[in-house]
Design a protein around this ligand. Sequence first.
Ligand code: FE
Ligand code: FE
Ligand code: ZN
Length: 279
Amino acid sequence: MLRIGCHISAAGGYLAMGQRAHRLGGNTFAFFTRNPRGGAAKAADPADAEAFLAFCREHDIDRLVAHAPYTLNPCAEKQNVRDFALLAFREDLRRMELTPGQYYNFHPGSHVGQGVETGIAKIAEVLDQVLFPEMTTTVLLETMAGKGSEVGGTFEQLRQIIDRTALSDKLGVCLDTCHVWDGGYDIVNDLDGVLTKFDKTVGLDRLKAIHLNNSKNDLGVAKDRHARLTEGKLPLDAIGRILNHPALEKLPFILETPQEDESGYAEEIALCHRLHGDE
Ligand code: FE
Ligand code: FE
Ligand code: ZN
């Protein structure tokens, strides 16, 4: 059985999220740890987290793939932006321990003119300040489309961030299918080749989650515009091959496709089960 789910609004807390994810047919899900555009996070309620974990056990929900806010930019030039990154990262990782052993995904950031090398150094610096030995969460670097000055648009850049981070055993990667396609990795015609490249560069053992999205754009345009599974440039049979690939099919798949509202995801979750041949 496929692990498939979608982005769920954080409204109402953990248990409410779990219930909505389940209602949509999901057995994994993602949520923003705070407003995606930034700002303060609501205090987490440990009793709510407990009730949520019990609900997940009962309903076979496995894997939270929490998402850091987009405004968390660990390689920003401005000190106040990096201060927010440090504060939000630290707070979020502490809160993640209410749901032990899960994933926290973040965008490596945009170097905005400082250059990739400086960007990578700054990202590792932030990771060195926020990762701690007792943490049970795995922090996932998301593969990016390479839009603007985004760091993480190539597997080599992700490798360098991991190599420069002291507690690198706490790090993994979340592969976003729209982003890698927009970044020039041909997962339609050469999925095996792309995964072999990933394995040689980063190591498939680091790959912990997939953001399953179609793309509005052609291969390699470095744009990052998500499309619904049936509507983008990736043909549906290519999506099927991704869902069924032996190196991927055990991973949690998270949909981040454009929908009118959350309920639109139910159809795509069902579609993914069909493409995987699940009952
Ligand atoms: Fe993301
Ligand atoms: Fe993503
Ligand atoms: Zn994206």
